[in-house]
Design a protein around this ligand. Structure first.
Ligand code: FE2
Length: 456
């Protein structure tokens, strides 16, 4: 935060000084924060008259009756209640932001797909108009499944606000820096960080350094949570203290403004005459959060064999079927490879889950070429994939010393649902038409002898 001044007129709660300035550490904590002293009621939620003439309002992220360990809500003390931040709703078209089900009969989704980075254009694009849906899965109407998007942002939202009633958004920047000015405070993120914007939270997005490009996983279902570590124990992978929620910040600004709402896949706009970012104080556990991927501590094999990629899960959104995620967010980052007598890259695979990958920077070990930073790939439900011939031969004939995979950060949005390509992904985005050829030169090495034919 220190490198970028707050928006003019915004008043922020004093936070912890130092590297966490402006944020409160913890995942799913019950936070409390106030931008004006005494704005937060103590010992109760609904005083007859709130301090400073504020309105009390609850934002419920789970059903009232959700089990207590999953129950999420936040109490907001604000200049105007949210009903004053909406007027008549006017339907608008958002051609490139699609929702499931989105099955275009002219588009095939059965296959292995890979895209070069979606390029920037001259067009001025905001967080909302620059969202490009690549795949959709499940069903937004019944709140299961997800969509994957690429965002291209070249301008800040000015007196323009947005919220998604359909979903929480997991944001994975790849290029440029963004600021999310939300009802509950300000989050700045850059590549190698991620942010989660909860369902129903109003915000505007400012471009701090552009152009900005990145990936979004739109989660229609149950919220992202940290995975259970099982026998790994209480530490490593993603640690709760490394997640940060913003301290309260508000603005009391009168200006003609719009709020765009995504609701059941439709977009509506409403016109108001002030900023909706007017929450002076809040307490609760339903809040936006950011996380630095460099603090992710990978755990892996230290003698032989290659574990399942689930070992690298950062966040998981459950589906209701135990152990079968609506979405897993999985990170492939720098790590040491030490396994003996082992084929070290990812093994060949067919999966009931569908795997959408993106490259944040560097080189991915199973695909040294063609999967570039900003690029994506999709290995859909039960469609085979694995290392290309170059990666296979390199790993098969390598002298196995401890070696470090350096300069690499890719991720996967893995869902239990098949993913459908949008028309944009199939026809406008830079889809590689030769991706399937990367396995062409894999040789038959079976020759009937136990030794096999390992000629290069
Ligand atoms: Fe796979």
């Amino acid at each position: 935060m220190s490198r970028h001044d707050l928006p003019e007129g915004m008043i922020r709660a004093p936070g912890i000084a130092g590297p966490h300035e402006g944020y409160m550490p913890g995942f799913g904590n019950d936070f409390e924060t106030e931008a004006l002293p005494g704005a937060l009621p103590q010992g109760m939620n609904s005083p007859q008259k709130c301090a400073y003439g504020l309105y009390g309002e609850q934002l419920s992220g789970t059903a009232f009756t959700a089990p207590s360990h999953q129950n999420e809500r936040t109490w907001c003390y604000r200049i105007r209640p949210s009903v004053k931040h909406s007027a008549r709703y006017e339907r608008i078209e958002m051609r490139y932001w699609q929702s499931a089900p989105n099955v275009d009969p002219t588009v095939t989704s059965l296959g292995q797909y890979r895209w070069d980075p979606v390029p920037h254009t001259e067009e001025a694009l905001t967080w909302v108009s620059g969202m490009r849906t690549m795949t959709t899965a499940g069903d937004v109407y019944t709140q299961v499944g997800m969509a994957s998007h690429v965002y291209l942002v070249t301008r800040s939202m000015q007196d323009e606000y947005f919220y998604s009633a359909d979903s929480e958004l997991l944001v994975v920047p790849q290029e440029g820096k963004l600021r999310f000015c939300t009802e509950l405070g300000v989050i700045d993120i850059a590549p190698q960080e991620i942010a989660i914007l909860p369902r129903g939270l109003v915000y505007r997005v400012e471009l701090l350094e552009g152009p900005a490009r990145g990936f979004v996983c739109e989660n229609y279902g149950q919220k992202f949570d940290l995975p259970g570590r099982g026998p790994i124990g209480a530490n490593c992978m993603a640690n709760r203290r490394d997640f940060k929620s913003p301290v309260a910040a508000f603005e009391d600004r009168d200006a003609p403004s719009t709020v765009t709402i995504k609701w059941q896949g439709q977009f509506h706009v409403t016109y108001i005459d002030h900023s909706p970012l007017d929450v002076v104080a809040w307490h609760g556990n339903y809040a936006p959060v950011k996380y630095d991927l460099r603090t992710y501590c990978p755990v892996g094999s230290i003698l032989f064999d290659h574990p399942d990629p689930s070992i690298f899960t950062v966040l998981t959104a459950p589906s209701g079927v135990e152990g079968t995620a609506n979405i897993d967010f999985v990170l492939f980052r720098e790590r040491w490879m030490v396994m003996e007598d082992t084929f070290r890259p990812p093994w060949y695979h067919k999966n009931v889950m569908s795997e959408l990958m993106g490259n944040i920077y560097g080189e991915y070990d199973a695909k040294p070429n063609g999967f570039t930073p900003g690029g994506m790939s999709l290995h859909n439900m039960m469609l085979p994939h694995g290392p290309d011939n170059e990666a296979f031969e390199k790993a098969t004939f390598a002298e196995l010393e401890p070696s470090k995979l350096d300069n690499t950060m890719s991720f996967m949005f893995e869902t239990r649902f098949p993913q459908h390509l949008t028309a944009f992904a199939a026809k406008e985005a830079p889809l590689q038409d030769d991706y399937i050829d990367c396995w062409d030169s894999l040789k038959k090495r079976f020759d009937g002898t136990p030794e096999g034919n390992w000629d290069k």
